[in-house]
Write a protein that binds this ligand. Sequence first.
Ligand code: 13P
Length: 249
Amino acid sequence: MRTKMVAGNWKMNMTLQEGVVLATELKNQVVNPSCAVVIGTPFIHLATVAELLKDSPIAVAAENCADKEKGAYTGEVSAAMVASTGAEYCILGHSERRAYYGETYEILKDKVELALANNLRPIFCIGEVKEEREAGKQNEVVKAQLEGSVFHLSAEDFGKIVLAYEPVWAIGTGLTATPEQAQEIHAYIRGLVAEKYGEQVAEDCTILYGGSCNAKNAAELFANPDVDGGLIGGASLKAADFCAIIAAR
Ligand code: 13P
């Protein structure tokens, strides 16, 4: 049975104090969830939030890590540093990092390897931009993203990865993929995993949907057989909204 999951991505929101308030609310409200729950926080929050949540069912993710192991890379945060905070996951390949910070397939490949080498589970994001969807190229885009950064992994390492399909046109826009669009491409992605690693690895692979997923539309998205949960941006910043999405899973 593959893991069902709801993961939050706070992005560049929340001061440390605000983050502690939100994490405390979640700790109090997420007591016995029926799925895995992860919150992705800025680096600054990780140690404090991981400590706060250590006896709760909520795991913590970084939103990024460096593509270098250590050394003279001013301002960067390594996968080993992330792991040392108690975080268990690392969001990698988010479209905002690809678009605004020039993260290429090669850079992401290095980040994925460093995360895995430090016992962090990557939540690896893929997804097409609006023009690519309009041109019907979404399948080839996600295929290239997987081949470029994660399909070189051993089956054992690939098994530690959570995939997140996030159509860029749906992120922060209020435009959500329809349940049919989500199911169609999630099934396609699972098929690619099956071709590469076999049916069992594909069957066990958690594939999240992200992009304007909220308390209202979560249940119909999650009702699809190949949508294993969500990666939630804006709606993860309020405990009530995030808890409602967890309840929908
Ligand atoms: P929104 O839920 O705000 O659209 O963001 C989705 C996302 O990018 C999660 O990583």
